[in-house]
Design a protein around this ligand. Structure first.
Ligand code: KPL
Length: 306
């Protein structure tokens, strides 16, 4: 049995742990211990209770269990590097990491800093927590796995097969950088606006917000072009990006986006991982980013008030 450590027992982390544990030795690693008996509510509405091992990073350092085959980092983007740091002394530096973050902040930094292989995963699986001992698998999606420099294709294939066997359909890809930026582009057009205005995704179609969505997409499309990120669905420039954004808004019209959930819970948002790389890229390429900068400033103000 291969061993997987899952750092960050949030919704995706616990969904991963529940899915992998019948086929692999799985350990959740967090800042505190969780109840040993954990409940997964499946897509079919079935409740499945499993015994999941959880450790704190301090316990890992003391107990020195056998090194894992994979370490999944499933924290929020802003916490990924600190989370890795907290267990780095318990890991051989050749250990493969799998990064599950949104945006494009942790991925390039950790890929550069970590001596072993670093895979990135982007997923459309939907899950939410129901307290310390429960997670609901709310939407079946697909996961794409690859590494930023395409040096670890065999490992990405092995992981994709393992995830698929665990019930989370996954595919190895050679364009994970493109996919991460595409997701970031969509997130940038939806998340800040809904978080700042306290509305569900579908409301962005209304008169009050649609123009602002278009203004964000205009800046984002120019940045994507400069970054060499192909427009979605073999489309053309700004129009293709806008069409994708409206498609996602429609598909997720009743969603409370993750950034809105963060603001409501007075948690730091992922603006640094979503707006940050876009603003940095715009500045590097001499492109306009006033709209993105204004959203980032407004979110910074909101966070400062927590
Ligand atoms: O991924 C999302 C999020 O909530 O972070 C979107 C696409 C905005 C859907 O809610």
């Amino acid at each position: 049995m291969t061993t997987h450590w899952i750092l960050g027992p949030g919704a995706i982390g616990r969904l991963l742990a529940h899915s992998l544990s019948p086929i692999a030795a799985t350990t959740l690693v967090g800042r505190r211990n969780l109840p040993v008996l954990q409940r997964l509510t499946t897509m079919e509405g079935e409740a499945r209770v499993q015994h999941l091992t959880s450790f704190t990073s301090i316990q890992l350092a003391v107990d020195a269990p056998e090194p894992p085959a994979f370490v999944h980092i499933a924290t929020k983007a802003m916490s990924a590097e600190a989370a890795l740091e907290s267990i780095a002394d318990s890991l051989p530096p050749s250990t493969p990491l799998v990064l599950w973050q949104n945006g494009f902040l942790a991925q390039p930094r950790i890929t550069q800093a970590w001596p072993g292989p670093v895979l990135c995963a982007t997923t459309t699986e939907g899950a939410y927590l129901t307290g310390d001992d429960g997670v609901v698998h709310a939407g079946r999606g697909h996961t794409f796995v690859g590494d930023l420099h395409n040096h670890h294709g065999a490992l990405a294939e092995e992981l994709a097969q393992t995830l698929t066997q665990a019930g989370l359909a996954a595919t190895k890809v050679v364009d994970i950088r493109q996919r991460l930026w595409q997701k970031l582009a969509v997130n940038a057009a939806i998340n800040p606006l809904v978080a700042l205005n306290g509305v569900r995704n579908g409301e962005l179609r209304g008169e009050a917000y649609a123009g602002r969505v278009e203004a964000v997409v205009k800046e984002v499309a120019a940045i994507m072009l400069a970054e060499g990120i192909a427009p979605p669905n073999d489309g053309n420039g700004e129009g293709a990006w806008l069409a994708l954004v409206w498609q996602v808004v429609e598909n997720t019209e009743n969603n409370k986006a993750s950034m809105l959930q963060d603001v409501e819970a007075k948690r730091p948002t992922e603006r640094g991982a979503i707006l940050g790389p876009l603003i940095e890229s715009a500045q590097r390429h001499g492109l306009e980013c006033e709209v993105l900068q204004a959203l980032d400033d407004e979110l910074a103000e909101v966070e400062a008030s927590f």
